[in-house]
Design a protein around this ligand. Structure first.
Ligand code: UT7
Length: 336
């Protein structure tokens, strides 16, 4: 058995900043409401024509991660791409990254686990590296939400939260067994699948031709739906459980955590978890204020920023945790 470590990190966010005040011009909301309920001050939205797609943003983040890992793109031997907002219905963006980065014909896997997507993807990469099957795996989380949100008062409960962006990591074989990804923990509860979902387009609902014919302005099935309070209540419980599970597996306690990087769902959720584990502000990394919730991209963006700011150092115990649509949730315990 080998060990797997994160050898390089990168992120990319579109330049276009959308403030809460900008949103209040197109829907009945306010900076005060958004900041109080979510902690978000602004987020990034792509601008049509600037070339930013889920894949393109992922590629930009990946280039930085590959360079920082100190390897050539031709040394990547597998690609894993997590997103809920792919460029195409199919094929998924993994193969588009393989094409656009000009990587040789390695395998490309798409992960569909929404806010938990990066933790799931990291877990898959970890297993492939640990078994010796692959040496360098490119893991990407990227999302383009803004084109799919209901930017009217009807959609305000969801649309103010989400933002666009991408993060990437190179997961590499390590001979040093004392460092790297110690364990990952994945869960799901499909019973609540529809509580945070985007039902259409999906073959389970209607004939594609009917959907095209309908053109019904009252049809909201094309927009994400979230039962906000229900999701919130489940999130705080599952975040805590899965962090505890990871700590216990490795014989650790909350006192051993140097840095918790939670999925940026809502600053109130992060603060709840922080309090529950008795962590200081320096031990939890949050950037939802700047980027909103970027689902599968949020952990790799936050992890990259934390690392760039020198808040993650060699030997640190880093905990990643996520919860979201599915419901799915997971954690990763890493010795940096
Ligand atoms: O990343 C995946 C996981 N996602 C999450 O973890 C999100 C979890 N949920 C949440 O973060 C919160 O539930 C939200 C931030 C989405 C909503 O906050 P809330 O405190 O649960 O608000 P609410 O949905 O209960 O709505 C309260 C009121 C309602 O008005 P009434 O019925 O009390 O008159 C809403 O219509 O706030 C209204 N409202 C808004 N007002 C201004 C909803 N959205 C907005 C808005 N601006 N954007």
């Amino acid at each position: 058995m080998y060990n797997a470590k994160i050898a390089g990190l990168g992120y990319y966010v579109p330049e276009n900043v959308v403030t809460n005040d900008d949103l209040s011009k197109v829907m009945d909301t306010s900076d005060e409401w958004i900041q109080e309920r979510t902690g978000i001050k602004e987020r990034r939205h792509v601008i049509n024509g600037d070339g930013d797609t889920t894949t393109a943003m992922g590629v930009k983040a990946a280039k930085v991660a590959i360079e920082r890992a100190g390897i050539d793109k031709d040394e990547i031997d597998f690609i894993i791409f997590a997103t809920l907002s792919p460029d195409y219905y199919f094929p998924g963006p993994g193969v588009l990254v393989q094409r656009d980065l000009g990587i040789k014909t390695v395998g490309a896997l798409d992960v569909r686990n929404q806010c938990s997507g990066f933790v799931y993807a990291l877990s898959v990469a970890d297993q492939f590296v640990k078994t010796g099957m692959y040496k360098n795996i490119l893991v990407i989380g990227s999302e383009l939400h803004s084109r799919g949100l209901d930017m009217t008062t009807r959609g305000r409960g969801v649309s103010v939260i989400f933002g666009d962006g991408a993060g990437a990591a190179v997961v590499t074989r390590s001979e040093d067994n004392s460092k790297g990804i110690l364990s990952t923990h994945l869960h799901s509860e499909g019973q609540h699948a529809e509580e945070l979902s985007l039902i259409a387009p999906g073959m389970g609902q209607r004939w594609v031709l009917d959907i095209i014919d309908d053109n019904d302005p009252d049809d909201t099935s094309y927009y994400p739906y979230m039962n906000g309070q229900f999701v919130f209540k489940n999130a705080v419980v599952r975040f805590s459980e899965v962090i505890m599970e990871g700590l216990k597996t490795n014989g650790l306690t909350a006192d051993d955590i140097d840095m918790l990087v939670p999925h940026q769902a809502n600053l109130r959720i992060s603060q709840f978890v922080q309090k529950k584990f008795g962590l200081s502000d320096d031990q939890v990394y949050n950037n939802i204020m700047k980027y909103g919730n970027t689902t599968a991209a949020s952990i790799p963006i936050a992890l990259t920023e934390a690392w760039e700011e020198g808040k993650i150092k060699e030997g640190d115990t880093v905990v990643l945790a996520a919860f979201g649509s599915g419901f799915t949730w997971g954690s990763a315990i890493i010795k940096w």
